[in-house]
Design a protein around this ligand. Structure first.
Ligand SMILES: C[S@@+](CC[C@H](N)C(=O)[O-])C[C@H]1O[C@@H](n2cnc3c(N)ncnc32)[C@H](O)[C@@H]1O
Length: 212
C-alpha cells in the first residue's frame, strides 16, 4: 500500500545522494528517502512495528522512516518525529513532527501527556567532518542521547533501534544497551551500503526500572 503523504525524494545529505535501485524504488513508492528500506528490512526481520503502537522517530527529516512507521502503526497508532530541520507538510493525522535539537528537549515534553512509546527509532546522523574517529564519536553521542531518552520514554518491554557509525566506542555502547534491554543485536540491512560505516543497534525487551 503506497503512503499518502510526501512524494519527493531527498537524501539525508544531498551532496552524497545515492541514485541506486533503492533510490528509484523510493521515488516510485512515494517515500521521501531510500533510507526507508533499511527500516523496512529490519522491521520485516525483527517485527518491531505493529498496529496501534506509539512510535518516537528521532532524526526524522526528510521523513521516510516516519512515513513507513505511520503506515505500519495505522490510524489507531501515533508517530512523533523530532528533527533539527523544519518539518515538511503532508503528514497523516496520526503523525506529528517537532523541530528541536534532541540534546535540548526535555524528555517529558515528548510524551505530550500521552502514554510511553512502544518503539523508539533513531536514524540521527551528525554533520560529517571527514575524520572517521570524530564522526563516529559524534554519532555515538547521538546514539547515547537516544538511549537516555528511551530510558525515560519507552515502556518496559519496548524496543529501541539506533543508527551508529562504527568506531572504537561501539563495543562499550553495545554493553550499555545490554544494561537496558533483554536482547541487543547489531543489524546491517541490505539497503545499507556495505561501504557505509553505519550499523544499527537494536535493543528489544526494555528492562523494568533503572538500568543495572
Ligand atoms: C539520515 S537523516 C534521517 C533520515 C530519515 N530517517 C528518513 O528516513 O527520511 C539524519 C537526520 O538527523 C537529524 N539530526 C542530527 N542531529 C540531530 C539532533 N541533535 N537533534 C535532532 N535531529 C538531529 C538531521 O537533521 C537529519 O535530518
Amino acid at each position: 500500500m503506497p503512503p499518502t503523504h510526501p512524494v519527493s525524494v531527498f537524501a539525508c545529505q544531498p551532496m552524497k545522494k545515492i541514485q541506486d535501485s533503492y533510490f528509484h524504488k523510493a521515488k516510485r513508492e512515494g517515500f521521501a528517502a531510500r533510507s526507508v528500506y533499511k527500516l523496512e528490512q529490519i522491521d520485516r526481520k525483527r517485527k518491531l512495528l505493529r498496529r496501534g503502537m506509539r512510535v518516537l522517530d528521532l532524526g526524522t527529516s526528510p521523513g521516510s522512516w516516519l512515513q513507513y512507521a505511520a503506515r505500519q502503526v495505522g490510524a489507531q497508532g501515533h508517530v512523533l518525529g523530532v528533527d533539527l530541520q523544519e518539518p515538511r507538510g503532508g503528514l497523516p493525522a496520526h503523525a506529528r513532527i517537532l523541530q528541536a535539537d534532541v540534546f535540548d528537549i526535555p524528555a517529558h515534553s515528548l510524551l505530550q501527556g500521552g502514554a510511553p512509546f512502544d518503539v523508539v527509532l533513531s536514524d540521527m546522523a551528525p554533520r560529517t567532518t571527514g575524520v572517521p574517529s570524530a564522526d563516529a564519536a559524534r554519532s555515538e553521542e547521538l546514539a547515547r542521547r537516544a538511549l537516555a531518552l528511551s530510558a525515560e520514554l519507552l515502556r518496559p518491554g519496548g524496543s529501541l533501534l539506533v543508527k551508529v557509525f562504527q568506531g572504537g566506542g561501539l563495543p562499550a555502547l553495545r554493553k550499555t544497551f545490554a544494561a537496558h534491554f533483554a536482547k541487543v543485536t547489531l543489524e546491517k540491512p541490505k539497503a545499507s551500503r556495505s561501504e557505509s560505516v553505519e550499523i544499527f543497534l537494536l535493543g528489544t525487551g526494555k528492562k523494568e526500572g533503572p538500568a543495572a
